[in-house]
Design a protein around this ligand. Structure first.
Ligand SMILES: O=C(O)c1cc(C(=O)O)c2c(n1)C(=O)C(=O)c1cc(C(=O)O)[nH]c1-2
Length: 606
């Protein structure tokens, strides 16, 4: 979208959740510097009126800021000329039953802007375009089906406007949803194309001769022939992360999530194209290349994390236009984004133990595949066996929290998790609209480590090396921001916004009213630079607090909590494995923060 590309070049605004199509989360604003950031003050704040996990961040377009909230997905337009006075408010009416089918809190990763419209992907998968001036509905479409007779499909991802289309994904792999990415016309909401992650070529928009995987054509029906029978129909591979775009190549990049069920014994095969980086033509949706990072997932390592696009990175002596991706599975991938050639795949947390390496030898039949360590294979250990000490945990070395890239240093600044797990698969049968998880998980910090559950790291994507690592007590579940003022910002689950310099030295911190899982957002107004962030603890890591699951009664009542038969009479086990294993692991968070829903805006003293 030409208008958006122009707008994204103006550092005063923030016109898409990812900052730009390349997903760099870099701001050219430089009034706030490493020398004066210690003076930051709260300038104004705003309550969203909603508790639970607040992901994403505001958009800033001229004098107006657009702020969204988790379910019920209220959207506000705030007047920046008037300390955030409310210009309009949109509050969709949604069936609250959708709350029960959201795996990892009632989050929403933010609205998109395009051609005078604000686009919202509601929890109930209604995609709605609002008039940016008035908040009135221009069009509305249903992207999926939910509860009553539906399939457990929900919406949490931030749409992205590309050319004349709105691209939006779907959530629900914990319910056996077969994932897709859909493109709707920005003008009227009409479906332009829809590309499933699994299924026949006509559904996946894969060209058997032209679409490649590691340089080779994928062949016919690659989206069905690594599945047993018709399991691909409930095969997961949802698309709830971030979408990037290269206007020169006209390619959209995104990743697909876990295959369903989590029990690997029940679904033999590579389960293509779950856990896959996809490069698709933005006009037609046809796949140019694919790369499956975790064939036959046994750990829930959804591949949906953002793809960051960098031009002319020097890798192995040649300048390449690359895509950099920090996967849940603990490997950071650097790929040629035109061809899908794998350039670098290295662990970005030394704790990662489920695989030794990714095979980088093009002549090997293992090329591109992680080399799984047998004792951490939940498949090999089998159903009803608890595989212990797997690192990372199911929520990965990084989850949805986006990293930032600074063209000044050439480094990536990555919010990470430092968590391990026990994983016990069990047999589960599919019922539409019901949980289809099939594993009990508990999470904890790496044994023998310092006890920290997160690190904020700097990463060299050409070499595949950690440059520095700053420990955090809990996972860093907030999106980072790098700036031209040589300051990098991120938030913590306890609720701190923090600023560090290029060496990872902490320069500033401020404790906001609730845990931060939102993404730090910059803007300039009336000549002054500001930093905005949403507080509101939740997401998967904060589900214990957000969903009220810290008491055994609540924990057991929650649908995805635990296989109750096993845990009967054992309260600690109920809480320990509730929230798909996160409740026990992050229980100590309750000592630091509680629910909230607030935007806080920081600036320098006048
Ligand atoms: O498979 C899915 O469809 C799906 C959806 C979501 C979501 O939409 O929030 C998450 C996950 N999976 C998931 O695996 C996960 O770790 C996760 C974390 C979060 C979060 O917002 O904190 N959402 C999700």
């Amino acid at each position: 979208n030409e208008e958006l590309m122009k707008m994204a070049e103006n550092p005063k605004d923030w016109v898409m959740q990812t900052g730009d199509y390349a997903n760099t989360r870099f701001s050219k604003l430089n009034q706030i510097t490493k020398d004066n950031v210690k003076n930051l003050q709260v300038k104004w704040s705003f309550s969203t009126g909603v508790l639970r996990g607040h992901e994403g961040g505001p958009l800033i377009i001229g004098d107006v800021m657009y702020v969204h909230a988790p379910f019920p997905n209220t959207v506000y337009a705030l007047d920046l000329n008037n300390d955030g006075k409310i210009l309009w408010k949109y509050e969709p009416k949604q069936d609250p039953n959708v709350i029960g089918i959201m795996c990892c809190d009632t989050v929403n990763r933010g609205v998109a802007y395009g051609d005078g419209k604000i686009i919202l992907n509601q929890a109930d998968t209604t995609v709605v375009a609002l008039d940016a001036k008035t908040g009135k509905v221009v069009w509305s479409v249903k992207n999926g089906e939910q509860t009553d007779g539906g399939k457990g499909e929900s919406g949490t991802s931030a749409p992205v406007v590309i050319k004349d289309k709105v691209l939006v994904g779907v959530s629900g792999a914990e319910f056996g949803v077969r994932g897709w990415l859909a493109a709707y016309n920005l003008a009227d909401g009409k479906l332009a194309w829809k590309a499933y992650s699994e299924g026949p070529d006509a559904d996946t928009l894969i060209d058997p001769e032209k679409t490649t995987h590691l340089g080779k054509p994928v062949g016919k029906d690659s989206g069905t022939n690594t599945w047993e029978g018709e399991q691909w129909k409930t095969g997961g591979g949802t698309t709830w992360g971030w979408y990037s775009y290269d206007p020169k190549l006209n390619l959209v990049y995104y990743g697909t999530g876990n295959p369903s069920t989590w029990n690997p014994v029940q679904r033999p095969g590579d389960n293509r194209w779950s856990m896959t980086i996809m490069a698709r033509d933005a006009d037609t949706g046809v796949a140019k290349w694919l790369y499956q990072m975790t064939p036959h997932d046994e750990w829930d390592f959804d591949g949906i994390n953002e793809m960051i696009l960098v031009d002319g990175m020097e890798v192995g002596g040649a300048k390449r236009d690359v895509l950099v991706h920090f996967d849940r599975n603990g490997f950071a991938y650097t790929m040629d984004r035109a061809t899908g050639e794998l350039l670098v795949a290295k662990k970005y947390d030394p704790a990662v133990n489920w695989a030794t390496e990714v095979n980088m030898d093009p002549s090997s039949d293992q090329y591109g595949r992680p080399q799984v360590v047998a004792k951490y294979s939940t498949q090999q250990n089998g159903e009803d066996t608890n595989t212990t000490g797997i690192c990372p945990a199911a929520l990965g070395t990084k989850d949805q929290q986006p990293a930032a890239y600074s063209p000044k240093t050439g480094l990536f600044y990555v919010p990470t998790n430092h968590v391990c797990m026990d994983y016990e698969p069990y047999k589960v049968s599919y019922t539409a609209g019901q949980p289809y998880v099939g594993a009990t998980v508990s999470m904890y910090p790496p044994p023998g480590g310092e006890g920290n559950m997160g690190n904020f790291i700097a990463w060299d994507a050409a070499k595949g090396e950690i440059v520095w690592s700053k420990p955090e007590q809990f996972s860093v579940w907030s999106g980072a921001l790098a700036t031209d003022g040589d300051v990098i910002f991120y938030g913590t689950l306890e609720g701190y916004i923090k600023a560090v310099d290029h060496d990872g030295n902490e320069l500033y911190k401020f404790k906001t009213p609730s845990g931060i899982i939102g993404n730090v957002t910059p803007y300039e107004h009336n000549g002054k630079q500001y930093i905005a962030v949403l507080s509101g603890v939740g997401g998967w890591a904060g589900i214990g607090l957000a969903g009220g699951l810290l008491s055994p009664d609540n924990a057991a009542a929650w649908h995805g909590a635990v296989d109750q038969g096993r845990a009967q009479g054992d309260e600690a086990a109920v809480v320990g494995t509730a929230g798909l294993g996160a409740v026990g692991g992050y229980a100590a968070l309750a000592d630091y923060t509680t629910l909230g829903g607030q935007l806080t805006v920081f600036g320098l003293p006048d």
